[in-house]
Each structure stands twice: as structure tokens, then as C-alpha cells.
Design a protein around this ligand. Structure first.
Ligand code: PEP
Ligand code: MN
Length: 341
């Protein structure tokens, strides 16, 4: 719509779209209202009619199969609010914490440590997707309660994993952002249920998924009513065995071309090895990620999951200190950068 289109003009357009047999699926806007139209019908006639209707600036056909998350739909980056923080805006956001919530002492200590070192959110799994059914599966509700305690003590927003559509209401009550893990990227029942969860979602790329599949999964969440999706590159499975996964660092700029959604990098799961995490984190800043999600444990050798890739408190402090000049450059470049067309 034109920048100053009136509510009557907008209502009229929505009515016209419905007359053509399409659904009005999404209306969003900071400076202007963008109306999403989906369905099957006479596209050319609808486009021509809309272009001739008062208040419309232009009517364009989106060629990408992922409509609402595409840059074609929205040229400006989307900044997503999480617990008063903006991801995808002018600040580089580091989310840190253990792989799993293990105990009150462990999560409280970690939260204090990472907050003091500059992390802006706390991560920690209460529901854990484990390869073996005999491994620690997470503290579940008790873990969520401990995360809430850590939030009360530090003010850090909580990122925690959701594994099943049955648990959405429970997890959404405690989490500021719900993480969909790599193994669930194409759990379509879960993705659909997140459309109405009322919280932002961090969607991790499946370990054998293409970028297009990642965007289609994001589209599921948005099409079901939740526009607040953050994408996460966490490494993919290749023939290489030197690292746990292969960090597809080019996924970050590729996604920045294809989508307006924020993109963050997980250097911990991408490498599987704590010594490699600082280098990959620098890479994430350099290629224009909007933030990082990093595993930190007060005593990695005692971690019940992912100890080898978890930074020690000291390691995290050092990494944050060393990242600071890179983040300053990132901030400057973000201020002058224009959206990709
Ligand atoms: C995690 O974040 O601890 C996790 C299980 O990640 P992923 O789904 O990327 O393997
Ligand atoms: Mn982990």
C-alpha cells in the first residue's frame, strides 16, 4: 500500500482480494502496510485489478515458494523483539548457556557468568533431543522452572527447545523464545502449532536440510500466524569428520539475500569442539549474522551433554572480549547497510 493509505482503502483491498477467491494472510508494516495474498485463482486479473485500486502502490507476484519470509515480500530486515531485546536490529546479540539445564547451581552460575560477560539471553535445554534413548532426556518442567529462576536473577531472556506440539503451551509459559532443534526442523505438526504460540521461534537448520527447506519450514510458522521467526545455521552433515558438523558459513549471506528474517550462527554444534568456537564466532560476525548462540558450562567435563563443545566461563569471557572489536565493525556496517533487493 502507499505510505498513507487509509484504513478504508486497506479494508476495501482486502475485500477485493477475497472476491477473487484468495486469502488475505498477513498484514504488517512499519512505514507502510504490506498485504499478503495467497491461494489459487486468476493471478493476472487479480494483480491488474489491485493495481488500479486506490491506495495501492504496487501489486507484485512473489516467485519464491516461501512467500512471507522472502525478500521479495519484504525488502527491509525484520527485527524481532524478544524480552525487550531486538534480534535483527542494530545490536549483535549473543545467546549463551549450557546445552542442558542440569541443576539449580549449574544454571544459576552459568546465567550469572554469561550475563556478566555480555550475553543478552540465556540458552538451556529442558527437553533434549538425544540420539540414544538411554541418554539424559532433560529435566522437563523442573528445568523450565530453573530457567525462570535464572531469568529472575539476571534479567536474561530465555531460549529453550520445544520438541513436541503437546508441550507448546507449557514451554511458551516459561520461554521468551522457543527453539526448534535441527532434528525437528521438518516436524510440520510442531511448526504449525508454533503459529499460535505467542512467542518468537528460533528455527535451527536441519543437519541434512537445504536452505530452501529451512525457509519453507520458516514459512510454515509464519503462514500459521507467527511472523517472529529467527533462523539459525548450526552446521550440516558432510563427509568431513574433523568437526562434528560442517559449518555452512555461506548460509548466512545466502539467507540474508533470500529472506528478511534475522539469522544467527551456532558455532558450538557446527564444530563440536570448544577450541574452534571463537574462530567460527568471528566468522559469524564477519559474514553478517545477527547474533550467536553458544554453549557454555561451568565445568564442561561434568556436562551431561555436549561438554566437548562447551566453553568454560573463562573461555567465554575471553571470546567476548576478543569479539568486541569485530562487533564494533559489525555495528558500523549495519548502520550504513542498505537492504538487499
Ligand atoms: C542444542 O541446541 O543443544 C541442540 C540440540 O541443537 P541442534 O538441534 O542444532 O542439534
Ligand atoms: Mn547441545
Amino acid at each position: 500500500m502507499r505510505p498513507h493509505a487509509t484504513p478504508e482503502e486497506i479494508d476495501h483491498i482486502c475485500e477485493r482480494i477475497r472476491e477473487f477467491g484468495y486469502k488475505v494472510h498477513s498484514i504488517q508494516g512499519e512505514e507502510r502496510v504490506v498485504i499478503g495474498v495467497v491461494g489459487v485463482g486468476d493471478v493476472t486479473a487479480c494483480l491488474e485489478s489491485l493495481e488500479a485500486t486506490p491506495g495501492v502502490e504496487s501489486a507484485v507476484r512473489i516467485s519464491a515458494p516461501y512467500k512471507f519470509v522472502s525478500r521479495e515480500f519484504k525488502k527491509e530486515r525484520s527485527a524481532i523483539q524478544v524480552n525487550g531485546l531486538e534480534i535483527g536490529g542494530g545490536e549483535f546479540v549473543v545467546i549463551a548457556g549450557p546445552c542442558s539445564v542440569e541443576s539449580e547451581t549449574q544454571i544459576m552460575q552459568t546465567a550469572e557468568t554469561v550475563a556478566a560477560a555480555g550475553a543478552r539471553m540465556l540458552r538451556g535445554g529442558a527437553f533434549k533431543p538425544r540420539t540414544s534413548p538411554y541418554d539424559f532426556q532433560g529435566l522437563e518442567l523442573e528445568g523450565l522452572k530453573l530457567l525462570r529462576k535464572a531469568k529472575q536473577a539476571t534479567g536474561l531472556g530465555i531460549l529453550t527447545e520445544i520438541m513436541s506440539d503437546r508441550d507448546v503451551d507449557m514451554v511458551a509459559e516459561y520461554a521468551d523464545c522457543l527453539q526448534v532443534g535441527a532434528r525437528n526442523m521438518q516436524n510440520f505438526a510442531l511448526l504449525k502449532s508454533l503459529g499460535a504460540c505467542g512467542r518468537p521461534v528460533l528455527l535451527k537448520r536441519g543437519m541434512s536440510s537445504t536452505i530452501r527447506e529451512l525457509l519453507m519450514s520458516a514459512e510454515y510458522i509464519v503462514a500459521h500466524g507467527n511472523p517472529n521467526v529467527i533462523l539459525c545455521e548450526r552446521g550440516i552433515r558432510t563427509f568431513e569428520t574433523a568437526t562434528r558438523n560442517t559449518c555452512d558459513i555461506s548460509a548466512v549471506p545466502v539467507l540474508n539475500e533470500l529472506t528478511h528474517l534475522p539469522v544467527i550462527l551456532d558455532p558450538s554444534h557446527a564444530t563440536g569442539k570448544r577450541t574452534l568456537v571463537p574462530a567460527l564466532s568471528r566468522a559469524g560476525v564477519a559474514v553478517g549474522a545477527d547474533g550467536l548462540v553458544v554453549e557454555v558450562h561451568p565445568c564442561p567435563e561434568k556436562a551431561v551433554s555436549d561438554g566437548a563443545q562447551s566453553l568454560t566461563p573463562n573461555g567465554f569471557r575471553e571470546m567476548m572480549r576478543d569479539l568486541a572489536p569485530y562487533i564494533n565493525l559489525w555495528r558500523e556496517s549495519r548502520l550504513v547497510s542498505t537492504p538487499v533487493n
